[in-house]
Design a binder for this molecule. Sequence first.
Ligand SMILES: Cc1cc2nc3c(=O)[nH]c(=O)nc-3n(C[C@H](O)[C@H](O)[C@H](O)COP(=O)(O)O)c2cc1C
Length: 234
Amino acid sequence: MKVTIFNASPRGSRGNTHIMAEALTRGLRAAGAEVENIFLVEKNIRHCMGCFSCWMKTPGKCVIKDDMAGLIDKSMGSDIVVYATPLYTDYVTGIMKDFMDRMLPIVCPQFEKDANGQTRHKKRYAKYPDFVLISNCGFPEAAQFEVLKVYCDRKMRFGKTNVIAQIYRSQGELLKSEDARYKPPVERYKELLSRAGEEIAKNRKLSLELKQELEKPLIPEEEYAREVNKSCEK
Ligand SMILES: Cc1cc2nc3c(=O)[nH]c(=O)nc-3n(C[C@H](O)[C@H](O)[C@H](O)COP(=O)(O)O)c2cc1C
């Protein structure tokens, strides 16, 4: 099974998102998956120009000559894609948004109704990879991911891809903390992520039990807020 992780943090391999991706990768590989981590910040991805050439003039192909064609090939050649992004202004980073916009060639312009009676575009491909979203944020509580959850629900509804797991980590800045007090909860969390990787590779889903474990705060929310405020005064 081939899994591609598209990491959209501007911090690339130095980011908290990659700490999550690495732990997940460990579990995916332990279960036999072939995993590639791609740092989108290192790629040349221009904005979608909205010309619709990929629909009307060169069906399935974008006219912009940058790294996106290769990234679409990697995505469509995967059994599972993992979108990995920090939460930026309640949503994904600009890098991820450009990447997602430039996926337009993978669907056709024609409209059709989905099972809920909402309009969507027709598929261009017979098969689309299953989808996993992982994200971390700087605020203390899990409720910060409301908008991303709505996005995933819509992705499900439009049916191009099957969302098999959403993993959200609030208190994300703890992941790389050097403070000895936070090492044990972070190590435990990485273990859970690794188990999640194994489950996803083996079962193509994440059990509710593990999802709930993953969503628990690393430390009490008030303590996290207090520590962040303290560090701002230094
Ligand atoms: C421009 C910008 C916007 C952000 N917006 C949010 C936000 O809406 N909510 C939040 O909890 N954290 C927000 N953060 C904090 C990041 O999500 C957090 O620092 C995260 O750990 C970064 O992950 P990374 O190291 O992988 O880039 C924002 C950070 C930046 C730089």
